[in-house]
Design a protein around this ligand. Structure first.
Ligand code: BG6
Length: 504
């Protein structure tokens, strides 16, 4: 077991301004992540947290509510001294983009606070708010000059998902933000990039000599990306019914996995080189006509069923879901990346809610070995060769290969060689946001999405969005909660002579 090496430096002094501080995201993830950074001594010495809320709470009230949230959502036992030190630097300020003058007042208060705390004027604005508020708030921050980088101070804007709801809206939002700030100031978060195993894909591919030479169409038969969830839609009916599985998961989370698996080697491990390669590979996803999109996809909606001990009702009966809703809770797609490395290698993607098993993984399926030499043996078939990158629930890497069964005759069986993170590394449980927030503070945007990647992602899924919208209920499949998803998703691979990897 190896202890992680601590080589990280403390970030520059700064103020950490949270819009939507009274909301779920701030309580559940942002503050617990700041707490974990404080516990690892990775917050700046000169630091303040400013909580912006439309309906202003007192600083005292806000601190109490954040402390309650911290106790509820902390990933490790809370040390009251550290929590106290963190929350002491929280101030509540009221600002509402509908009342522009409130942003002028906010600027004054912020400047006073920064002078007291000697933060050097560095600011990070964290937008933990619904996406419709991104542009109006950025507009006010721009108008009041709060985002202007002057006198050596940095100013950064952190934007949460969803970034747009389709290609046109993502382009419009990029356009609006880029009128106010420069690309280097925008940090578009995708929480998948905070996951260790996701970051490890680059290391697996490019820090080892044996994978890259075979990482191409000569050796790889196809790639499967699975993000299956047991959770249903729960109380998010209103958001989810407008969104669906495709928009909620594919252009962001699944495409992060896809781009890391499929990108070319960057010339340097820096934000510019890595993000350029990721954007290029997303742009190389073959554009599909709507007819092709229909043929290369399956969408489904869950019906009542049982997951473990829990009874789950029909998706359509969830509060705030339209009774005859055609929103998909399951999506499976076949995509092709049209470049020298991947031409002819299908990428199959699937994701869904209320499924029997929770599993996030990328499975690289290698081409089968020729069978001819075993014709004269009792062997009937060879097991498939997979390299599986496990993201959840088990973080690790598994190699599946054939081996001889001990005994006098030639019998062959498929076995697995497993690396599990937890067997080798001891890491404190985290929210997954620590690295992302720390990187924002030190100005490393390698783990954040650039405008062109976001747009390339939406562009690749747009034919599916359009085709499904036109088709409405036509072609929408159903599946039982607790199952593996609609049976038709198997057909998507079966017709290519392939099958999904079995999930435990
Ligand atoms: C979010 C989606 O972005 O990701 C949720 O909005 C989904 O619907 C979640 O449940 C999945 O994240 P994870 O880390 O649990 O795979």
């Amino acid at each position: 077991m190896t202890e992680p090496v601590k080589t990280q430096q403390k970030p520059d002094g700064c103020s950490f301004v949270i819009f939507g501080v009274t909301g779920d995201l701030a309580h559940r993830l942002v503050i617990p992540a700041l707490y974990n950074l404080a516990a690892s001594d990775l917050l700046p010495d000169r630091f303040c947290v400013v909580g912006i809320a439309r309906k202003g709470a007192s600083s005292e009230g806000l601190r109490e509510s954040l402390l309650k949230g911290l106790h509820r959502f902390a990933t490790r036992p809370v040390d009251e001294n550290i929590a106290k030190r963190l929350l002491e630097c929280v101030t509540s300020i009221e600002a509402d983009p509908k009342e522009p003058a409130s942003f002028d007042d906010m600027r004054e208060r912020l400047e006073r606070l920064e002078a007291n705390r000697a933060t050097g004027g560095n600011r990070l604005f964290y937008l933990a708010i619904p996406p419709t508020a991104f542009a109006p708030i950025a507009e006010q921050l721009g108008r009041t000059g709060m985002l202007k980088e002057t006198g050596g101070a940095w100013r950064r804007l952190v934007v949460e998902k969803p970034f747009g709801t389709d290609l046109a809206s993502a382009r419009a939002l990029n356009g609006e933000l880029l009128r106010i700030v420069d690309e280097h100031q925008i940090y578009r978060i995708d929480h998948y990039l905070g996951k260790e195993t996701v970051q490890n894909i680059l290391v697996l591919r490019f820090a080892n000599g044996m994978f890259e030479p075979i990482w191409n169409r000569n050796h790889i038969d196809h790639v499967q990306i699975t993000v299956d969830e047991q959770l249903g839609v729960g109380h998010r009916g209103s958001f989810y019914d407008q969104t669906g599985a495709l928009r909620d998961m594919v252009p962001n989370h699944l495409f992060q996995l896809l781009s890391l698996v499929a990108m070319e080697p960057p010339i340097r491990f820096d934000a510019h080189s890595v993000r350029a390669e990721k954007a290029d590979v997303l742009a190389a996803i073959q554009a599909q006509s709507e007819a092709e999109a229909l043929r290369n996809s399956v969408r489904g909606q869950y019906l009542a069923g049982r997951i473990g001990d829990a009874e789950i009702g029909d998706y359509r009966k969830i509060e705030d879901v339209t009774p005859g809703s055609t929103t998909e809770t399951y999506a499976a797609l076949k995509l092709v990346i049209d470049n020298w490395r991947w031409a002819g290698v299908p990428f199959y993607l699937r994701t869904g809610k209320a499924l029997g098993v929770k599993r996030t993984e990328v499975a690289i399926k290698f081409k089968q070995a020729p069978f001819a030499m075993f014709n004269c043996t009792p062997v009937e078939e060879l097991a498939q060769n997979y390299l599986v990158i496990g993201v959840a629930p088990n973080e690790g890497i598994t190699l599946q290969f054939n081996t001889k069964v001990p005994g006098p005759s030639i019998l062959i069986d498929g076995v697995e060689m497993k690396f599990r993170y937890k067997d080798y590394f001891k890491a404190e449980p985290s929210t997954g946001y620590e690295t992302l927030i720390y990187d924002c503070m030190i100005g490393d945007n390698i783990l954040f999405q650039r405008a062109d990647s976001v747009e390339a992602g939406w562009k690749a899924v747009q034919p599916f969005i359009d085709a499904w919208k036109k088709a409405g209920a036509d072609g929408l499949k159903t599946y039982k909660a607790g199952s593996e998803g609609p049976e038709e998703a198997n057909e998507l691979l079966r017709r290519d002579g392939r099958s999904w990897r079995k999930l435990g």
